[in-house]
Design a protein around this ligand. Sequence first.
Ligand code: SF4
Length: 298
Amino acid sequence: MSECRLCPRFCGADRSKGPGSCGAGDKIKVARAALHFWEEPCICGSGGSGAVFFSGCPLGCVYCQNKDISDGRRGAEITPQRLYDIFFELKEKSAENINLITCGHFLPQVIPPLRSAKENGLGLPVVYNTSSYETVSAIKSLEGLVDIFLPDLKYISSELSSAFSACPDYFERASAAIDEMFRITGKCIFDENERLISGTIIRHLVLPGHTDDSKAVIEYLFGRYGNEVVYSIMSQYTPVIKNSPYPELLRKLTAEEYDDVIDFAIGTGIENAYIQDGDSAEESFIPDFGLEGVFPEP
Ligand code: SF4
């Protein structure tokens, strides 16, 4: 934490003195820990996913719909012991799994309570939900702790990743990280109720005006993983920003754009994919980050 190089930003921040480029200091910071029903059906099951939303994000996309927490402002600092307790509280609430949402910048603080929880009978699959802007060594450190990886692959184009996420090396880093996730999980395994027990679901959010890059992402992924992973091709882009030098980011994705990408995906031979219906770009996807579940109930 005194010279942080956890993520590919390698910003070297002394997080004991203040936040790094990801907005995170040296204490775990969480904005919400609650049952969540907006993930893919095989993740939510009937009980909901036990989602823990961490504050801060190494990627910092300009169009982020969770900006309140991704820049590290919202949330409350908690101890590793409190995080351990949260895992079991979510289990008691009938969570199908524990879903760690964007916690790569807290791995040294999250791994010990996660390991203890697994050793002490947590007994739920652990989901690691990430933008994929991660180092391979960070992903390697999760072997034996994470059962399901839920990575995004946002762009292939370095021009787009530079413009929208200020990281020209996004594809190089993310593709290597996803390779490592797939190595750890192998192909997807479901239980008798079609809940995912282990495996990798790769997400891609189609951005308005950039369907060519979406097609390049899908072509790359299918060429690499075939039907051994599940794909989730999302149309839910929500224009929360009011000004941008990229006017296409100020509107929703059109049905024609999304259909074009889905037709392309089907044409590649993808068989295992979640797609969304036309009403998905609603702000209801944006959770209330009012600290639900972060502190013990009185
Ligand atoms: S995790 Fe945060 S502080 Fe560490 S290198 Fe990445 S951006 Fe910098």
